[in-house]
Design a protein around this ligand. Structure first.
Ligand code: ATP
Ligand code: MG
Length: 389
């Protein structure tokens, strides 16, 4: 029996005039993700995206796992379809679910009649199919409130769809529906989570990563690319721009007071990220900062790093505890990779007493000892792009 997936769209339903654009984005995303798994016929009707495999050996479990990661989808269910005929519907329900119903005690059948020309109303469809199944399985008892199993029968234009489990979708808005933003992606735990959270709000991502060869290793760089690869399960194609950062760090170390090292370094990161963002058509930056987590993430430090940006900086982890961020990292599958012990460029030159309350004027004074523009230009000249997903 050929299974299909039914993907129910979420928030976009509410978006009035933008609805059409959102739907198009979402359908394109679904097609793009399913292409990795096999050949599917994909179409949209009545707030549902139908994903039908073109041949029998497609891995439907993999398709299901990909579908629950697509932002803009509220729920996903596997279903089978048959002709819009009550006898067909009952027989198909039994063939598809009969075996699983053997070990079930309470159930109900929820019917939905999207095709108003169908002769029976929703309650009658539910009653008839429920009665038929209860007769075949004496262990079954109909229970309207909180049954073990809810079987869904939906009468739609093309046919009748019968499904059981409805999995919760990723929610949020279709990637790209709110524009593009540039994620500052370190090898740490926080920034992949930040990227995931903002992609959920409909942002298409680019990523920028700073590395300090030879102080940081090839393994550290590979780890970041691996994190980006995991993120593509949610974001689709993702281009990582890797930026050589050693000269900048050595120059800061040589010319500026040690206490200001981190904050000045972070200002360079923000400036360069903004340049890369402009080139790649991104309207905002995203970081994994969380208030007070380290010296460079106090309010005063953020004032100093924010000061070099003219586009918004989104910090979705700002109000999360480390434990909450870790939970999210585990849930999206980045935690293990993030925990690999390779040095990040931030940790290589960490000062002993970083300023937790830096004054912007003092930071600017220290920074004036550097050829800021020249350093940025040379770093940008060394950018290398890798596209994943
Ligand atoms: P993370 O766990 O994401 O590494 P963190 O707690 O280690 O964060 P910091 O090292 O202070 O925090 O970095 C704060 C933010 O700055 C990171 O979340 C990330 O967005 C950005 N960042 C830090 N290092 C890099 C890097 N090497 N390349 C790109 N962005 C970086
Ligand atoms: Mg870090």
């Amino acid at each position: 029996m050929q299974e299909v997936l039914l993907l129910k769209c979420g928030e976009l339903v509410l978006k009035g005039l933008n609805r059409r654009r959102f739907e198009d984005k979402l359908i394109r995303t679904v097609k793009d993700r399913m292409k990795r798994i096999g050949e599917f016929d994909i179409w949209y009707m009545q707030s549902t995206i139908y994903v039908e495999p073109m041949n029998a050996d497609v891995d439907m479990e993999a398709a299901l796992q990909a579908a629950v990661r697509i932002f803009g989808i509220n729920s996903v269910s596997k279903a089978v379809f048959c002709a819009k005929d009550m006898d067909e519907i009952k027989k198909t329900a039994e063939a598809y679910l009969g075996e699983r119903l053997e070990n079930t005690r309470t159930f109900k059948v929820d019917a939905k009649r999207a095709d108003k020309k169908f002769p029976l109303g929703s309650p009658e469809i539910g009653r008839e199919v429920g009665g038929y199944l209860a007769e075949l399985h004496p262990n079954l008892k109909a229970q309207m409130h909180d049954p073990e199993v809810t079987i869904m029968v939906e009468i739609r234009d093309k046919g009748a769809y019968i499904s059981w489990e409805r999995l919760r979708g990723a929610g949020g808005m279709p990637v790209g529906s709110n524009g593009r933003a540039m994620l500052l992606l370190s090898g740490g735990i926080d920034s992949p989570v930040a990227g995931h959270m903002m992609a959920k709000r409909g942002l298409e991502l680019g990523a920028v990563h700073y590395y300090s060869y030879p102080y940081t290793s090839q393994e550290a760089l590979d780890k970041v690319l691996h994190l980006a690869e995991i993120l593509t399960n949610y974001t689709g194609k993702l281009t990582v721009s890797t930026v050589p950062f050693t000269e900048i760090q050595l120059e800061i170390q040589k010319h500026c007071h040690e206490d200001y090292f981190t904050i000045i370094m972070r200002r360079f990161m923000m400036r360069i990220a903004q340049r890369v963002a402009e080139i790649q058509n991104c309207g905002a930056l995203i970081t994994g900062e969380s208030l007070g987590q380290v010296a460079s993430q106090t309010m005063e430090a953020m004032t100093c790093t924010q000061a070099v940006c003219t586009i918004p900086v989104f910090r979705p982890c700002v109000g999360l505890d480390k434990e909450e961020i870790v939970d999210r990292a585990r849930a999206i599958g980045t935690f293990e990779t993030s925990s690999l012990p390779y040095e990040d460029c931030c940790t290589v030159f960490t000062p002993k007493h970083p300023q937790t309350k830096p004054k912007l004027a003092k930071v600017e004074e220290e920074e004036s000892k550097l050829d800021v523009e020249g350093l940025i230009e040379r770093a940008l000249a060394g950018v290398h792009r890798t596209t994943l997903g």
